[in-house]
Design a protein around this ligand. Structure first.
Ligand code: PLP
Length: 402
């Protein structure tokens, strides 16, 4: 008997088809991987974090290993509320904060809170694949909103809202968007909040990259314009400290936080207290802004190197975004090119380079000519060599085949 016949429908949807596609095949010894999405482990503050773990254990002793508070320690929630104020212009107290196991759990809990089968969700096209995987579990109806160089096309969203006034949730990654790298303008942030008021929906603002800005000035969070609890803000320490900590957080209205807390409890009772107390001690004893500032120059050089190489080598019919931060650049190849088969048949075997084919980032998986390139995990020499090889492979194939 095939036991997976007993699995629920939601186990058949989503995760396999989406997340599995992210991590492509093997590359040879001269391979260059632009397909990753990880922070650079050389930049992890491991020594300081080790001290923070010791401080957490020395301070709390046995109590650290007991069951504790679902929402996370009050001191950490206060630290996160303060950070939201300092770095994103958000007015919040510890009661507005829920600590989660990474931003991913926060997205998953918001999906659990808001979505029933068939509910209408507007997402950027393309968007973060892990959010789609979480939303997929509830079989929503996806409505695509195009993305422009200054973020989500809010005019297109408004047109969509006129036809679909029951849209419940608008999901956006406003800062250094995954996968395109673009950032939403302040005017669009304000307009989005106005639309949420007018059309009665929640905005899920997912922003793990917002502190990783290499050029220009930081923008206020969408949440900072929120007057009536319409915005659920999510961030994470995965990109600015270490992803293995699995520490993220939500800032939202108390009503939303209380419900999310109940939903988290049914899922894991609470996050591991040792992680949360260690992160809290790290924040007490180190200057996180200084740590982030130290990382920026490494990533800035990589971003600049990739943009320089793209300008120098790419054929003219390949468009690329020009982000000011984050981890990713998005290529748009001529229409008709399928970047998945191109990767397998040409780019990996001939150029020994990998990228993530763009299809997976679209809710309907209907657009095939996009490519996500990661620059945070490769050094400048690799970037120059890899983009040159990729551009060569593209110019001898796509230019002629499209
Ligand atoms: C846009 C976005 N949101 C959320 C996440 C989840 O990250 P984590 O769960 O490690 O905080 C990621 C990770 O890549 C991401 O790119």
């Amino acid at each position: 008997m095939v036991m997976n016949e007993l699995f629920a429908d939601r186990a058949a949807i989503g995760s396999e088809s989406r997340l599995a596609q992210l991590f492509g095949g093997q590359l040879g010894p001269d391979g260059i991987k632009f397909s990753a999405g990880n922070p650079n482990p050389d930049l992890f503050p491991t020594t300081q974090m080790q001290a923070a773990f010791n401080t957490a254990i020395d301070t709390a002793g046995n109590h650290l290993f007991e069951y504790q508070e679902v929402a996370g320690p009050i001191h950490l929630r206060q630290q996160l509320a303060n950070r939201g104020h300092q770095t994103a212009g958000i007015n919040a107290t510890a009661d507005n904060v829920l600590v989660t196991q990474g931003g991913q759990q926060a997205i998953d809990l918001v999906a659990k809170l808001l979505l029933d089968v068939g509910d209408e969700v507007a997402v950027e096209a393309p968007t973060y694949v892990g959010a789609l995987a979480s939303f997929d579990q509830y079989s929503p109806t996806y409505l695509d909103v195009p993305i422009e160089d200054d973020g989500m096309d809010v005019d297109a969203l408004e047109a969509l809202l006129q036809d679909h006034p029951n849209i419940k949730l608008v999901y956006t990654v406003p800062d250094f968007h995954n996968p395109t790298g673009v950032t939403m303008s302040v005017a669009k942030r304000k307009r989005l909040v106005e639309l949420a008021e007018q059309y009665h929906f929640y905005i899920l603002e997912d922003t793990p990259y917002r502190d990783l800005r290499y050029h220009g000035k930081s923008l206020p969070a969408i949440k900072s314009f929120d007057r009536h609890g319409r915005v659920i803000f999510i961030s994470s320490f995965s990109k600015i400290l270490m992803p293995g900590l699995r520490v993220g957080w939500v800032i939202a209205d108390e009503l939303v936080i209380n419900k999310l807390r109940q939903l988290k409890e049914t899922s894991d009772l609470e996050s591991p207290a040792i992680m949360l107390h260690a992160v809290s001690a790290f924040l007490d004893n180190n200057d996180l802004n200084q740590h982030v500032a130290n990382m920026l120059s490494t990533y800035r050089h990589r971003l600049d190197a990739m943009l320089t190489a793209l300008k120098a080598y790419m054929p003219e019919n390949v468009h690329f975004t020009q982000p000011d931060g984050g981890f990713f650049i998005w290529l748009t190849l001529p229409e008709g090119v399928d970047t998945q088969s191109l990767l397998q048949n040409v780019v990996m075997p001939q150029a020994h380079v990998s990228y993530v084919p763009g299809q997976v980032f679209f809710a309907h998986q209907n657009i095939k000519n996009g490519v996500r390139l990661n620059f945070s995990g490769v050094n400048e020499q690799q970037i120059d060599a890899g983009i040159k090889r990729l551009a060569h492979a593209l110019s001898v194939t796509t230019v002629h085949s499209a």
